[in-house]
Ligand binder design. Structure first.
Ligand SMILES: NC(=O)c1ccc[n+]([C@@H]2O[C@H](COP(=O)([O-])OP(=O)(O)OC[C@H]3O[C@@H](n4cnc5c(N)ncnc54)[C@H](OP(=O)(O)O)[C@@H]3O)[C@@H](O)[C@H]2O)c1
Length: 445
């Protein structure tokens, strides 16, 4: 057992158990140890690591000085743990562990976005029942304290919208495709070689990880229930170098964004590649960095950026949560706030995919003949879609036919109208390709 207690502090130490000593759990252990004096000064009492849960000894992390449980559930039951840190990941054992810890009256800190996005309602109810805290700052955007910003710093505001680069892997791939003029597949391979992408990259490149995080952000910002199924999700695996280069020519950068907007049709929740004007702050966030832009009705636009993953950046948020929970010890009312301000979730109207509006980028190949372009614009107009800009590339010969690439940027319109127009356009004789469709956002405040 390792005590981080300073004997001069009068309050008893708050006792912490960490389960899952991997990247984040190991970083949490390191930070709690190395910054113990600074943490104690800020908190006014020590944090003491009383138990670790590790089914085997982790590589490269010395846990020999601690009481180690091989069964993670033993940490949830331990009488000498006040706050349990769950850093094992996944939604099966982690769910069981967190529920058990809450049932045993322990406060829980987790970095697990999948767990909160998919089982948050159940876990928050269990925390409320036991009058303990369940906090998860590290689950969104790693080291950026975005949940705290929404919950505390922006608490006076009605949030109009937020948009975030919340998956470092996707951002790394899109940035590298743009900077190195490389296609998706070799860039993904490079990201895997560098350790920025998993061997199975599906969760990251298909937008699921970002959707988990957006789900949590939307609940913080708008008070909507944690409902992962309600999100519209699209990843980056279909983005071509061609589209990145055309977007660039038109003054835009393609970013994979999680977007939550208050609209007349309800809260609009979506995760997808987005053309962002190059002048926008989000456009210049490259590599594995994360950033979130939040528009509050009083404060206007605010921007948060930093490391979205990694051992110590993520541990920074985990330990921040431990400290915040420990600050509430002894204050009955605060202690009975189960999720530190996350209790007011209630169903609200959600905007359907068809009603969701934005500008759109459309790319298609047309036969190079008189009237082809006019046919496209008149069909778009038929469905109420007005054109903001158009780019037609030099014709090229293919199979004895002259073909030209056309890019259309629309004004703001509903996704439903675009889908209907494209259903008609794709059957037109002059159209010789599928139509690539991407959202565009200006984020004007
Ligand atoms: N890595 C990041 O930068 C980051 C950032 C933000 C949030 N997160 C979240 O933090 C959590 C942990 O991620 P990580 O990257 O730290 O993962 P990791 O490096 O794989 O560490 C997970 C640890 O949990 C242990 N573990 C897994 N399943 C277990 C089980 N059933 N019983 C007992 N121990 C178990 C593993 O032990 P073994 O070695 O025995 O498998 C490992 O030590 C995830 O929810 C992740 O989404 C991670």
């Amino acid at each position: 057992m390792s005590s981080l207690q300073n004997s001069e502090t009068s309050l008893a130490p708050v006792r912490v158990g960490i389960v899952g000593i991997g990247t984040v759990g190991g970083g949490t252990l390191k930070l709690l140890t190395e910054n113990a004096a600074e943490i104690e000064r800020r908190l006014g009492r020590a944090l003491q690591i009383t138990r670790l849960g590790a089914r085997r000894d982790p590589k490269g992390i010395d846990i020999s000085g601690y009481a180690v449980e091989r069964d993670p559930m033993a940490v949830a039951r331990a009488t000498d743990v006040d706050i349990l840190v769950e850093t094992i990941g996944g939604t099966t054992v982690a769910r069981e562990l967190v529920l058990l810890a809450l049932q045993h009256g322990k406060h829980v800190v987790t970095a697990n976005k999948a767990l909160i996005a998919e089982h948050g309602e159940e876990l928050l109810a269990a925390a409320a029942e036991q009058k303990v805290s369940l906090v998860f700052e590290a689950s969104v955007a790693g080291g950026i304290p975005i949940i705290r910003a929404l919950r505390e710093g922006l608490a006076a505001n009605s949030i109009d919208w937020l948009a975030g680069i919340i998956n470092g892997t996707s951002n790394y791939i899109l940035s590298a495709m743009q900077q190195e003029s490389k296609a998706f597949a070799p860039t993904l391979k490079e990201a895997q070689d560098l350790g920025y992408a998993e061997a199975d990259p599906t969760f990251d490149v298909e937008g699921i990880d970002a959707a988990h995080k957006l789900c949590i952000l939307a609940s913080c910002a708008f008070g909507v229930p944690l409902d992962f199924q309600a999100l519209s999700i699209e990843g980056i695996s279909n983005i071509t170098l061609e589209d990145i280069q055309y977007a660039d020519e038109l003054g835009y950068t393609i970013k994979h964004l999680g977007i939550a907007k208050r609209t007349d049709a309800g809260i609009d929740l979506r995760v997808h590649p987005t053309l962002v004007p190059k002048a926008n702050l989000l456009a210049s966030v490259n590599g594995v960095m994360n950033s979130v832009l939040v528009q509050g009705n009083a404060v206007g636009p605010t921007f948060y950026t930093g490391a979205g993953a990694g051992s110590l950046p993520t541990a920074s948020s985990v330990v921040g949560d431990i400290i915040e929970v420990a600050r509430g010890f002894g204050e009955t009312e605060r202690n009975s706030t189960p999720s530190l301000g996350f209790t007011e979730l209630k169903p609200q109207a959600l905007c359907s995919a068809e009603e969701s509006t934005s500008s759109f980028y459309l790319r298609m190949t047309l036969t190079d003949e008189i009237g082809a372009l006019a046919g496209i614009t008149s069909t778009l107009a038929e469905f109420g879609i007005s054109v903001e800009a158009m780019l037609q590339k030099e014709p090229r010969m293919a199979d004895g036919e002259a073909l030209a690439t056309l890019i259309v940027l629309t004004h703001e319109v509903s996704k439903g109208a675009v889908d209907k127009a494209l259903a008609k356009i794709k059957d037109m004789a002059v159209v010789r390709s599928d139509v690539t469709v991407m959202r565009m956002e200006q984020f004007q405040s």
